[in-house]
Design a binder for this molecule. Sequence first.
Ligand code: CDT
Length: 315
Amino acid sequence: MSRQLTVAAAQMGPVQRADTRSEVVDRLIAMLRQAHEAGATLVVFPELALTTFFPRWVIDDAEELDGYFESEMPNNETQPLFEAARELEVGFHLGYAEMQTENDGSKRYFNTAILVDRAGRIAGKYRKVHIPGHAEPQPGQVHQHLEKRYFEPGDLGFPVFRSMDGVMGMCICNDRRWPETYRVMGLQGVELVMLGYNTPSANPFAKGQEAPHLGMFHNHLSMQAGAYQNGTWVVAAAKAGMEEGIHHMGGSCVIAPTGEIVALAQGEGDEVVTAQVDLERGVYIRETIFNFAAHRRIEHYGLISSRTGAEPPPA
Ligand code: CDT
């Protein structure tokens, strides 16, 4: 038995500060159409796809900052993307900055992704759990990564959604490096994980200890391990290239439940890569080597959810 669909990772080249939402949405629609022509019925777009990666800057002006956030979805600018999805019957995953206004008028800010089904309806929402970087600028760094300044950790956990014939999960960028991300979804039977990322090619906080090739290695290593250890597909889309003077890695890909990369972007611009996906492919992994019900030993995993930082034994 097999359950087939063609998926696309829609990598984006850079989005500069001056680019408008409408210009960006036009690029997304062009890739949605390209993916459709290649037979895809699900397209994964990057993290914070609608704007430049603004957390690289200190932005003190509240109005300017709120301008990077979406207070509703869809909205005037993104509605054409939803309409294209409905017209073409192609679902999509989209990352964006979300502003939620509470009943008392206070605002909350999340790094968010949604899953939109082939009828153009929002089928699921995820808010980034692992918020990397800092709240305050780090002296002496070539560039900053201030996500902790602008986003609170997601409050939705790692939900999965029955949509488009499968059990679908989402995470966002830094989440992909954490095994807990995949395992919590794996424990809900996830079959396909979608994610987007904005990752500077050089890690400025590594204090010169990370050779340039390691960035891409760690990117793929984390996702390939997450796929294999949970018997799930992973579809990952980068925002790549030179954005506002900072180079971001590409490497968008589709990873099979075996851990193998089956489609890989070649460049650093807008680029659609597709792969034929059998949602049943991971079943043998989940029924044998990673048969959770048969082999997991939760009595030994308590520290995973009771301790945050590592505490070595006394010297
Ligand atoms: N966007 C994002 O989460 N990027 C991070 C880079 C962190 S560098 C402090 C990543 O893990 O790719």
